[in-house]
Design a binder for this molecule. Structure first.
Ligand SMILES: [Zn+2]
Length: 82
């Protein structure tokens, strides 16, 4: 029943936080991430199912956006909807 040192929590340098990871993921998908960072991301993904799911979603989104862009450039004259 002794007092718990609050500082210990901060000293325990955590793995990459999920919130940080989310930001790094988009860079990683664009190959804009340094190798060291990319490794950290990979290590986190190994242990974090939530971030793996997010990554899968992100990839899907990017694929979809890529297709939309291709369609746009293939058809420059887009008729207004309606
Ligand atoms: Zn995570």
């Amino acid at each position: 029943m002794g007092p718990r040192p609050r500082a210990a929590r901060e000293l325990r340098a955590p793995r990459l936080a999920c919130r940080e990871l989310v930001e790094l993921l988009s860079d990683r998908l664009e190959d804009a991430l340094p190798a060291a960072q990319s490794e950290r991301v990979g290590a986190h993904l190994d242990t974090c199912a939530a971030c793996r799911a997010y990554l899968a979603q992100l990839r899907t989104t990017i694929v979809v956006l890529g297709r939309l862009r291709e369609q746009d450039s293939a058809r420059p004259s887009v008729r207004p909807a309606g």
